[in-house]
Every structure is written in structure tokens, then in C-alpha cells.
Design a protein around this ligand. Structure first.
Ligand code: TYC
Length: 113
């Protein structure tokens, strides 16, 4: 287990006893987050993309339409930020749904900085 030095400001004793310098605690790391990206293409119908955003990302029709237009104009947009497992599931759901409807829509994920 990684040990992290305890800061004086972390210590409820005020930091003025010798133990302050020696105490350690387990380092808890928050899991990394992943951006799910939707990519533009020339063939997938706009209404299909809107439907994908409603169905898999819980957007209202108005939100989905706005995000779809952002992808259409800019080429790519972040459509959600999730744990690795949830992001992989979303990407898989979108890619599978697009493939089954024979649209070339692409969805990817990337680690957040
Ligand atoms: N560019 C597509 C069109 O004009 C629409 C589109 C938007 C496709 C967003 C993909 O992720 C996308 N029909």
C-alpha cells in the first residue's frame, strides 16, 4: 500500500507534537474519469444521432439536438464523463446500435487529464 506523508494541516493535534512528522495513512486515489466523444461523419442522419443521445446519454430532445449540432459543426464533442467501465459500456452501446442500423457513427473514449 502506498503511504503518503501527513501534512501538518491534516493533523487535529495542531501539528506541534513529534508524531506529526511520522504519521502515515493509506493513500486513497479517486478513480480516473473518461470522456465519451461522438465524432461527426457525412452519412449518419441527424435524427439518428439525436436519438442516440436521448437513448444512451439521458438527454432531452432539445439537449440532444444542440449536442448533435455541435458535433456536426465542430467535428467532435464530449457527450459525457464516466468511470472507465461505464464509458466502455456507453461506447459499446453506441457503436453496436450504429452498426445494427448500418450507420458509420463513431464513438470513442479518452482519459480525462
Ligand atoms: N454530419 C451528419 C449529417 O450531416 C450529422 C451527424 C451529426 C453525424 C453528428 C454524426 O456525430 C454526428 N447528416
Amino acid at each position: 500500500m502506498l503511504l503518503q506523508p501527513l501534512m501538518m494541516t491534516d493533523n487535529p493535534d495542531g501539528g506541534d507534537d513529534a508524531s506529526t512528522l511520522l504519521k502515515t495513512r493509506p493513500k486513497t486515489k479517486r478513480p480516473p474519469l473518461y470522456k465519451v466523444l461522438l465524432l461527426n461523419d457525412d452519412y449518419t442522419p441527424m435524427e439518428f444521432v439525436v436519438h442516440v443521445l436521448e437513448r444512451f446519454f439521458g438527454m432531452t430532445h432539445a439537449e440532444a439536438f444542440e449536442v448533435m449540432l455541435t458535433v456536426h459543426k465542430k467535428g467532435v464533442a464530449v457527450v459525457g464523463v464516466f468511470s472507465h467501465e461505464i464509458a466502455e459500456t456507453k461506447v459499446g452501446q453506441v457503436m453496436d446500435f450504429a452498426r445494427r442500423h448500418q450507420h458509420p457513427l463513431q464513438c470513442t473514449m479518452e482519459k480525462e487529464d
